[in-house]
Design a protein around this ligand. Structure first.
Ligand SMILES: [Zn+2]
Length: 71
């Protein structure tokens, strides 16, 4: 459950965009997008407690990484 709260605090409101196999553990790695703008928010694997938040620079439209806690 802690992981769920971590995602709430980091990514905020989100919907599942798509799911792939985690490259680390082989469990489900979920990509989330914003329910409002449709922008990709980040990705997370609940099995290895790994998440990454994507931050989009509105000026250049470039994707930067704010958090990367994958081990
Ligand atoms: Zn994993």
């Amino acid at each position: 459950m802690y992981f769920h709260y971590l995602l709430d605090a980091t990514l905020g409101p989100r919907v599942i965009y798509y799911v792939i196999e985690c490259s680390v553990c082989g469990f489900d790695e979920v990509y989330f997008k914003s329910p409002e703008s449709g922008e990709l928010l980040g990705r997370a694997c609940a099995n290895c407690n790994c998440f990454q938040k994507f931050d989009f620079d509105k000026n250049v439209g470039k994707k930067t990484q704010l958090h990367h806690k994958c081990s």
